[in-house]
Design a protein around this ligand. Structure first.
Ligand SMILES: [Cu+2]
Length: 148
């Protein structure tokens, strides 16, 4: 393969890869997804005899970390952020960093045990982001993501 061909191939790979993670996809708030580059923090989503909860319910990350929500048991669960309980002006980036949203700051419903859903915190403003599980909000299933 010539150098020029290799370069063209690399460019195509980049473009396809970017489209694959939704970087080019428009969203309700007009942001552009920023991929996570640092650590991954796991939050379990649980509904059992002890109740419905995110575990841990409060997590602190550095901007750039990924938060992996894991549907453990008792679903369907989801992750939805309260638009008025996140830093001002942060909605566009958060929405862009949430794959396959079903509404403003709302993840899909997770129906399969073991399913995971990862949100990048790259480019998110430092501050407190409060979220809940839509099916189980009335049962107290909510949490707090603190981005430093
Ligand atoms: Cu739930």
């Amino acid at each position: 393969m010539t150098t020029a061909r290799r370069l063209v191939s690399a460019v195509i790979t980049c473009v396809v890869g970017a489209a694959g993670v939704g970087v080019l996809a428009p969203n309700a708030f007009g942001g552009t997804a920023a991929p996570a580059k640092l650590a991954t923090v796991t939050v379990k989503m649980i509904g059992d005899a002890k109740g419905y909860r995110f575990e841990p319910a409060e997590i602190t990350v550095h901007a750039g970390d990924a938060v992996e929500f894991q549907n453990v048991v008792g679903g369907p669960h989801d992750v939805t952020f309260w638009a008025d309980s996140i830093p001002a002006g942060a909605a566009a980036q958060l929405q862009a960093n949430m794959p396959n949203t079903t509404g403003p700051l709302a993840s899909p419903l997770f129906v399969t045990d073991g399913e995971t859903y990862t949100i990048s915190t790259a480019k998110l403003k430092p501050g407190t982001y409060r979220f809940y599980c839509m099916p189980h909000l009335a049962l107290g299933m909510h949490g707090v993501l603190v981005v430093q």
